[in-house]
Design a protein around this ligand. Sequence first.
Ligand code: GCO
Length: 486
Amino acid sequence: MTTSSTASPALSFDYRDEGLVFGPDFVFGSATASYQIEGAFNADGRGPSIWDTFSKTPGKVWNGDTGDVACDHYHRLEEDLDLMQKLGLEAYRFSISWSRIQPTGRGPVNETGMAFYERLVDGLIARGIKPLATLYHWDLPQALEDEGGWTSRDTAYAFADYARLMGERLGNRIAGWITLNEPWCSAYLGYGSGAHAPGRTNDVEALTAVHHLNLAHGLAVKELRAVVSADAEIAVTLNLHVFRPEGETGPEALRRVDGLANRLFLEPMLNGTYPADVLADTAGITAWSFIHDGDTQLICQPLDFLGINYYSTNRVRIWDGKGERTNADGHKPAPGTAWPGAGMVEFLPQPGPYTEMGWNIDPAGLEDLLVSVHERWPDLPLMVTENGAAFADEVVTGADGAPAVHDVERTDYLHRHFAAAHRAMQRGVDLRGYQVWSLMDNFEWGYGYSKRFGIVRVDYDTLERTPKDSALWYSRLIAERVLRAG
Ligand code: GCO
């Protein structure tokens, strides 16, 4: 969102306060996604997804890593559920692999695939953990991609059918439904820059995908509302970007990238309109004729909360044409652009410290973001559906002779971001909960297994799970509901 570095009262503050208390209704949990943890890529009738294809295409993923085995969560479900219970999680945000349910993205339910999610959800409920289910975390059935993927309007309708199927089967057991995870990534990294599956690099396709993802969201909310129990909440998760404008041209740069990254999703979903300035900025790329009459009304469905994923911030200005242009937007270098029509915007390196992803650590960005969304949509409850950090963890032998990971940086990162969230609540934000990314180390998309985001360590040779110190810290936070240092 649009916050300026100088205006932020938060920046003078380092977010290490202790003793902050979280109320009894605040939901502490952790998040994962299907392709990143499940493995069992061809078990029990699962069809291939675009990430199976992409990860097996040479040169796309670091080290040739794939999600074939990942954390083998599919086969270690009970152990992982027990671990969540041991940590005291109050919620678990997972995603459903569409091609386990419908191997080609259409047609009847693959019952063995469905049974896995029923076991997962029943196992969570039995342990007193709220299931938060994301319907789409980037793993589109390959068969749908072969028909055009998100550039095809039909994909939005196929998604709505899948949402209805899931609602019919799990609708009385899921506490919160999240239609899409970060459609920004699906559209711009999948079809624009090519850093993510399906790896296409076409500006028109990227903008077409934005609209069809928005439409898919709206249609899915409608289908879910028709079949799920009245107390289930329905939401979407966006990775809203926090841009800090730099210098005289900063505000114009900010307007352009805020339009593409944030307003192209927020405004149709929450206001039922597309931002006119963004349509004008991109008129040279597309006339947006894929927006049909009535679409924006379909996209704008009442939501029970908005999920926000937050990691770091960006600093932008219009490139002055001199010197070397930097493109430090935090995303993996890729053949195309994730910023169609905004090629004049320069992403400047951010001051550190940084995580292992090279992302700057800026808890003020989270506070600013939550407050700015709240100011624009004051009645909309919010939830942090992802926040966390990758660091190069070291495994040592703990006092009891067992392996241990003293990940002080991750604990410190989480501490400061929980403090930022708390400050946002003090400023009036209706923040319902916080899902730490991620429960366990996993397949970090284009970076394969080289980046570890887990609060639980996964040894990829033995698949053994070891709670890191950050998990123990989080466990204590959940139990005491009071923020303390590590
Ligand atoms: C996301 C991603 C996660 C990533 C995490 C770290 O929703 O942003 O979905 O899958 O692993 O963000 O990059």
